[in-house]
Design a protein around this ligand. Structure first.
Ligand code: ZN
Length: 102
């Protein structure tokens, strides 16, 4: 197995984060501006909505399986970074072998 450097792991996580942000913010913009007061021809909001639709079409249709794979792979690569975050959530009295005698 190839040994990835910390820099490669962070780069993979950042690329996945950018793709997710593009999809989420495009969707939010489309949902928010879907009922805007259109000024007619050359409406800047409509132009931006068309750009957001293009982003979602390009990234959303063919890239969803790829995106999920990238997210899973980047999470796997950065698991050592997330471990201190999730470790306190996994601690229970039983896992710590603490007996409550009273
Ligand atoms: Zn418009």
């Amino acid at each position: 197995m190839q040994d990835y450097t910390y820099r490669q792991r962070i780069t993979a996580a950042m690329i996945a984060l950018v793709v997710v942000c593009l999809l989420v913010f495009s969707s939010v913009f489309l949902a928010k501006e879907s009922g805007h007061d259109c000024s007619g021809q050359d409406c800047p909001v409509c132009a931006q909505m068309e750009a957001c639709s293009a982003v979602i079409r390009r990234l959303g249709s063919a890239a969803v399986p790829v995106l999920l794979a990238i997210l899973a792979f980047s999470f796997w690569l950065t698991a050592e970074i997330y471990r201190p975050v999730f470790t306190p959530l996994l601690l229970t009295l039983v896992s710590l072998k603490i007996r409550l005698n009273d």
